[in-house]
Design a protein around this ligand. Structure first.
Ligand SMILES: Nc1ncnc2c1ncn2[C@@H]1O[C@H](COP(=O)(O)OP(=O)(O)OP(=O)(O)O)[C@@H](O)[C@H]1O
Length: 361
């Protein structure tokens, strides 16, 4: 197993099966100390299971987990130097906020003065000092989540684990708590591993996004990397909302490819392609520009126009029936039934081979 001095958490060949169901198929991942790593992926891909194995709440079927250079694979959760924050908050309803914060420390036989000092410090960081004598039932959802995070902070863990901590909050609270968590990471500097369904949380919080599918890593990289340079069609379609347009294209052989009758220059890594081969042409909605008809523009009929205030989306159909979403920023009025011509810059075009793997563009 790797022993990088600055590596906070290392997963090596980690597998998980529930009876005959294999859900994690051998994950190798290094999480640098102090970094913020976010696991994303479709429902059921194994995000929570992976987090729970790092926490020690789920046994590892095979492989090893190392935290701060220690092999913790067979250690109890309490011995791993981690603290986990759950979506459900998991507070004790009959205890006050103060008692909830102190409980884990009491169980660990921490001295009373030390407990008091840590509860005070954590409640100041989270601005919940005025709530210490209330019970969870007397708190709002956002306040409860702060207490749940406070309970993690007082333990002074090496690693914080968050399992969809904000998904029970309304949209506005999610935004403010997301900013709080980013601030917390900056102030505490701990390694944080975070599971979410929320694209914005992943993009804004992560130093590194790990995109999972069916218990395997599809790509791990900075938010910019996974967004701008997706390794395959799956990541291209998963990261970003609305998703990247992924259009069926055919390699024409002479350095060009054809999409719904429009011919554009192909990727430079086209040496391996043979004429007639299918490939996927990817362009994000914000990189399609409504333009004058020209050689490389795609002709499309607008089906639907979505006005969101700051931005507008055109849902269109190409001549061969493929659907396309384009972000429309100009004040030019466009409506359903109109014909538009969509242009894209060379540098914004992405190409994927028939197996969905990225081709150098
Ligand atoms: N205790 C269990 N027993 C059997 N199967 C389980 C158990 N826990 C999880 N699974 C299965 O493992 C797979 C991964 O589940 P997991 O909860 O890790 O996915 P997830 O990516 O976190 O999903 P979601 O985004 O829906 O929370 C799923 O097929 C799930 O049904």
């Amino acid at each position: 197993m790797s022993k990088l001095a600055d590596t906070g958490v290392v997963l090596a060949g980690v597998r998980k099966s529930f009876a005959s169901l294999d859900v994690i198929h051998g994950i190798d991942l290094e999480i640098a100390e102090g970094s913020f790593v976010v696991f994303v992926g479709p429902s059921g891909c194994g995000k929570s299971t992976l987090l729970r194995m790092i926490a020690g709440l789920e046994e590892v079927t095979d492989g090893e987990i190392e935290i701060k250079g220690r092999n913790v694979t067979d250690l109890d959760p309490s011995e791993r130097g981690i603290a986990m924050v759950f979506q459900s908050y998991a507070l004790y309803p009959h205890m006050s906020v103060r008692e909830n914060l102190a409980f884990g420390l009491k169980m660990a036989r921490t001295a009373a003065a030390e407990i008091e000092a840590r509860v005070k410090a954590a409640s100041a960081i989270l601005k919940i000092d005025h709530l210490l004598d209330r019970r969870p039932g007397q708190l709002s959802g956002g306040q409860r989540q702060r207490v749940a995070i406070g309970r993690a902070i007082v333990r002074k863990p090496d690693v914080f684990l968050f399992d969809e901590p904000l998904s029970n909050l309304d949209a506005e609270l999610r935004v403010s708590m997301r900013i709080e968590i980013a601030r917390l990471h900056r102030e505490l500097g701990n390694t944080m591993i975070y599971v979410t369904h929320d694209q914005t949380e992943a993009m804004t919080l992560a130093d590194k996004i790990v995109v999972l599918r069916d218990g395997r890593i599809e790509q791990a990289g900075t938010p910019r990397d996974v967004y701008e340079n997706p390794a395959n069609v799956f990541v291209a379609g998963f990261i970003g909302s609305p998703r990247m347009n992924l259009l069926q294209a055919t390699w024409s052989g002479g350095g060009t490819l054809s999409i719904a009758g429009t011919v554009i220059p192909g990727p430079i890594a086209s040496g391996k392609l043979s004429a007639g081969e299918r490939l996927t042409f990817g362009v994000r909605p914000e990189h399609f520009i409504v333009a004058e008809a020209a050689a490389q523009t795609l002709r499309a009929r607008v089906d639907f126009f979505e006005y969101l205030g700051g931005t507008q989306y055109l849902y269109c159909q190409l001549d061969d029936g493929q659907t396309v979403i384009a972000e429309h920023r100009s004040s030019l009025t466009i409506g359903a039934g109109d014909i538009v011509h969509l242009a894209s810059e060379m540098s914004k075009r992405r190409f994927f081979d028939a197996d969905g793997r990225r081709l150098a563009d």
